[in-house]
Ligand binder design. Structure first.
Ligand code: NDP
Length: 331
């Protein structure tokens, strides 16, 4: 079975040299175990944090060991009563072609209700991140003005549409014209900013949000957070979901330089980790499935074919290569 291992820890932007493709022997499954062939693996910005040494909310990847992450695959051999051959399952051993399990942390997914890979995106971790951030953290009220950064990405694109479904005014930012077009044409949001084509993000935001922003859904940090704070209304909420602009930084970020305004404007700023909210998963799946059925939610996938392309797919996240959810299809 082929797998991608961490070859070395990146210094700044990751490169392909930080990864190595290796072949590992598969040992036979024991009683109570099953073997899964991965079909899809998720590629996520948070994995950059696990490439560093040191304590965080998830343990670091180890050099010479395969990486991990969300994946969906098919049970191809089973000696487990619950996980039958042919079932599609969601697990956390991506970055490899096959894995063995005793079932801990693995769930069967219904590939008839939605394509299997949707359980890594809109119906999975990234969709739930959007939903938790808006509902549990921002406690979003209809009629609010919401700003979303990395708006065409896996999390951001769902945030935009969930907020629209709640009758909010939504402004999104993205860094490529095809993403801007997609947001305009497919998500129905009210305004879009190409942040790479403006040197005054706060000015552009103020123009699109003349009455100010009530909720900022932050995927980017840095200059985006600074611009949002500038345009936030008093008692607004910054939902701190991610700060991708800082993940490869070798120096501490300079922005936001206007943090004092969090006090002056009495802002609430709250970070969250989706994993802490798993008790709300049923509620999320129910609401999301009915929005998908009602065609109120659409999504895009950017698919790399073959496990050998997973490192480039991951690096691409930091270069803005992906529209929607970045996946690797393991053929
Ligand atoms: P995306 O699909 O949004 O992909 C990343 C996108 O970020 C890129 O396509 C790019 O889009 C944008 N980007 C990259 N570098 C920069 C930069 N320097 N400045 C501005 N934009 C940049 O990824 P996800 O949807 O998976 O994740 C989005 C965010 O959510 C991340 O910060 C991630 O860490 C966070 N997250 C947090 C979770 C939680 O539990 N708190 C769970 C899941 C994700 P563009 O071309 O528009 O620049």
């Amino acid at each position: 079975s082929r797998q991608i291992e961490l070859a070395s820890r990146p210094d700044g932007m990751p490169t392909k040299a930080n990864f190595q493709l290796k072949t590992a022997e598969l040992s036979p499954i024991g009683e109570g175990e099953f073997l899964v062939k991965n079909h899809w693996m998720s590629v996520d910005p948070y994995m950059r944090g696990r490439m560093k040494e040191g304590k965080s909310y998830v343990p670091p990847f180890q050099i010479g060991e395969p990486l991990e992450g969300g994946c969906v695959g098919e049970v191809v051999e089973s000696r487990h009563p619950k996980f039958k051959t042919g079932a599609m399952v969601l697990g956390n051993l991506g970055w490899r072609e096959y894995w063995k399990s005793d079932g801990a942390g693995v769930v069967v997914v219904d590939a008839k209700r939605a394509p299997a890979q949707a359980y890594l995106g809109a119906l999975g971790m990234t969709g739930m991140t959007a939903w938790v951030g808006l509902n549990k953290i921002a406690k979003l009220q209809p009629g609010s003005t919401v700003f979303v950064s990395a708006a065409s990405g896996a999390v951001g694109s769902i945030v935009c549409q969930l907020a629209k479904a709640k009758d909010c005014r939504v402004i999104g930012s993205a860094g490529k014209s095809e993403k801007i077009d997609w947001l305009r044409e497919q998500t129905g949001i009210d305004a879009v900013i190409n942040y790479k084509q403006t040197d005054d993000l706060a000015g552009a935001l103020a123009e699109h949000a003349p009455d100010g922003i009530d909720v900022y859904f932050d995927n980017v940090g840095g200059d985006h957070l600074e611009a949002a704070i500038e345009v936030m209304n008093d008692f607004g909420c910054c939902v701190e979901c991610g700060m991708i602009s800082t993940y490869n930084a070798t120096q501490p970020p300079v922005a936001p330089r206007n943090l004092f305004k969090v006090i002056a404007k009495r802002l609430r700023m709250q970070g969250f980790i989706v994993r802490d909210h798993m008790d709300a998963q049923d509620e999320f799946v129910e609401e999301m499935s009915s929005l998908i059925e009602a065609k109120k939610i659409v999504w895009e996938e950017t698919v790399s074919e073959g496990i050998e392309h997973a490192p480039q797919a991951f690096i691409g996240l930091f270069e803005g290569e992906n529209l929607g959810k970045q996946l690797v299809h393991i053929v």
